[in-house]
Ligand binder design. Structure first.
Ligand code: C2E
Ligand code: CA
Ligand code: CA
Length: 420
């Protein structure tokens, strides 16, 4: 690393000095932490020395463009920090952040190749000497974590960052990685019954993780923790393989049951997803038609680049595509028509009132009709009592899922309950 660009300790000393220096009342000091996407992957491709050179070049550029009172330093092999002293307001820190992004967005020369880095920034502010330097760096780091999770180019620290699930998530995130390796994460299976035939058609695979201190962690929290990080691909690969293996177990136990798997918006953006699914089908010998991919409306409706291509590939491979939580998102009719869907799953919030609230009944009836007129299979989730089941049968619903048929259960219990 360059002699003129300090490392973490040097930067901390400068920060301590800046925070202690007498300053105008309204003066703001900001710390900006800068991470780069894919640098750790580039280590393997370009070699550690070249990546170090890239980071050094980025730091030198910043040192050149920032005013003399500001400092640039290294806080990790792939991370830089800027100390912006004597800003007039927090807004000026945001302007400086934009300048940092512009500076780092210019391609870097690597001999024969040119490379563009994707920086992500976390910003924390201090007003005069009220801050502890360590605390300020921690706040910038929390902001950076949120920027990464929300896929924003930058985020400024907000007090909610301390209390929200993401912060609890910092520790949990690392533990989730171990939990997947150590098999502390597992799947449970919930039956879906075909109303016409009375047959057990499918089992929805749902994630479970009981944390040794925090107890059960909600599956959507787990997915939220993993999203935006490399964990999501590992988690999904694990879910797909575990669920398909379960599908072969169903068959061995004499059950002709398919499996439904939940995919997140991030999954659909992953260019490797199709390959992971293809391999898993091959390894476990499961026919593609036995697998349903459940997606929420928001995952497919937001401007999710590549999501539609991924869906089309999965569909072409023979998997069935289901729209989960139907009725809660923002599906336009055109989008519904254009998506390669096989099924809609009416959200349980509509199913709950189906026997007691006339307008819920009307809404559910129209959803079923809409689904059928588009040639789709209709599933109702959250069916808890016989009256609701009868009502749905009368309305022509195809499949039902819910506590009435069975609660989500571990594989051996699921198989035993379905055989019995
Ligand atoms: P979801 O896909 O809408 O799953 C249905 C949720 O309703 C499940 O909660 C299930 O246990 C619950 N449920 C089923 N029947 C009934 C019922 O009769 N009454 C009531 N009150 N609840 C019922 P769970 O397992 O906590 O999952 C919550 C959400 O977490 C899921 O919502 C899904 O969005 C997400 N999730 C679960 N597993 C995965 C996964 O492997 N990958 C991804 N991406 N998301 C997952
Ligand atoms: Ca689902
Ligand atoms: Ca659902």
């Amino acid at each position: 690393m360059s002699a003129t660009i300090p490392g973490y300790r040097g930067l901390l000393r400068q920060l301590t000095r800046a925070l202690a220096a007498p300053a105008r009342d309204e003066c703001v000091i900001a710390v900006v932490l800068i991470d780069f996407e894919v640098l750790s992957e580039l280590d393997g491709v370009l070699g550690l020395a070249t990546v170090d050179r890239l980071v050094r070049e980025a730091a030198r550029r910043l040192a050149d463009v920032l005013p003399g009172s500001d400092r640039v330093g290294y806080t990790g092999r792939h991370q830089l920090a800027c100390l912006l002293a004597g800003l007039d307001s927090e807004m000026h820190a945001v302007l400086a952040a934009h300048k940092i992004m512009r500076t780092l967005a210019a391609p870097l020369d690597l001999g024969k190749r040119r490379l563009t880095l994707s920086p992500r920034l976390g910003i924390a502010y201090a007003h005069r000497a009220r801050h502890d330097p360590d605390e300020l760096l921690r706040q910038a780091s929390k902001a950076l974590l949120r920027a990464r999770r929300q896929r924003e180019p930058y985020a400024a620290y907000a007090p909610e960052d301390d209390s929200n699930v993401l912060m609890l998530g910092m520790d949990l995130w690392a533990e989730l990685g171990h939990a997947i390796e150590e098999s502390d994460v597992y799947l449970v299976y919930q039956p879906q019954l075909c109303l016409a035939s009375g047959r057990l058609e499918n089992a929805e695979a749902l994630l479970r993780w009981t944390h040794p201190q925090h107890g059960p962690v909600r599956p959507d929290t787990m997915v939220q923790l993993a999203e935006g990080t490399e964990l999501i691909a590992r988690l999904t690969t694990w879910v797909i393989n575990t669920a398909l293996r379960a599908c072969t177990e169903f068959r061995l136990a004499g059950l002709d049951t398919g499996v439904s798997i939940n995919f997140s918006a991030d999954n659909l953006r992953d260019p490797e997803l199709v390959e992971i699914v293809a391999q898993a089908l091959d390894v476990w010998g499961v026919p593609a038609a036995k697998v349903v991919v459940e997606l929420t409306e928001t995952a497919v409706m937001t401007d999710n680049v590549g999501a539609l291509d991924t869906l089309l590939c999965l569909k072409e491979m023979g998997l069935r595509i289901s729209m989960d939580d139907f009725g809660t998102g923002y599906s336009s009719m055109a989008r519904l028509r254009d998506l390669p869907l096989d099924e809609i799953k009416i959200d349980m919030s509509f199913i709950r009132g189906v026997t007691t609230l006339p307008h819920h009944q009307q809404i559910v009836a129209s959803m079923i009709n809409l689904g059928h007129s588009l040639g789709l299979r209709v599933v109702a989730e959250g069916v808890e009592d016989q009256d609701t089941c009868d009502c749905l049968r009368d309305m022509g619903c195809d499949l039902i899922q819910g506590y009435l048929i069975g609660r989500p259960a571990r594989l051996p219990d699921f198989i035993a309950a379905m055989q019995g």
